[in-house]
Design a protein around this ligand. Structure first.
Ligand SMILES: [Zn+2]
Length: 183
């Protein structure tokens, strides 16, 4: 399908740029670059397991996923990761480390470059299903439910191989509740 120049409105024409066929403006320097989208996902450790949400919307309605989503154009991926945890599973989360980067190939849309983090609930944080989730629950690593997205299964595999993770070890004694914040 044809597109139009965002600078002058002219119909774009096909040009070979850096060896690839791209749509470009015949009048000026506008090129319709086909860039990937950037997403972030978080493995949130809590109570000896990890936090998953059961999706209330398509795709994957009724199945479980990690908190995560697209990074806004002006947003640090780590900030997006924390924001998505708040929006989707109602949790205040502290990121611990980068787990890795994953790629979701698409045929009819831009592919996705995903950035996966390991995190944990901030002291005293609760969890609550956001508008896109039916429920939120903590699962042990040996008992994942059906995961909605292959990319999130990939992240869980990265997590299973991460040296720093704590969820596969025997659970330590529960930490005492944090002192109330005074400010
Ligand atoms: Zn133009």
């Amino acid at each position: 399908m044809g597109h139009f120049c965002v600078q002058c409105g002219a119909p774009l024409v096909t040009r070979i740029i850096e060896g690839r066929e791209l749509e470009a403006c015949p009048n000026d320097d506008f090129v319709l670059w086909r860039d990937p989208k950037v997403a972030a996902a978080v493995v949130v450790e809590a109570d000896g397991g990890i936090v998953l949400g059961r999706r209330a919307i398509e795709p994957g309605r009724g199945l479980w996923c990690l908190p995560g989503g697209f990074v806004n154009h002006d947003e640090d991926p780590a900030v997006a990761a924390v924001r998505e945890c708040w929006e989707e599973v109602g949790a205040e989360v502290e990121l611990i480390e980068l787990l890795g980067v994953y790629h979701v190939a698409k045929t009819t849309a831009s592919s996705i470059v995903g950035i996966a983090y390991r995190g944990r609930l901030s002291p005293g944080s609760k969890m609550a299903a956001g508008p896109e989730m039916l429920e939120v629950a903590v699962f042990r690593p040996d008992a994942w439910p059906e995961i909605a997205f292959p990319s999130h299964r990939q992240v869980l595999a990265l997590y299973a191989g991460a040296p720093g993770r704590s969820a596969s070890r025997p659970s330590p004694a529960p930490a005492p509740p944090p002192p109330p914040r005074t400010r």
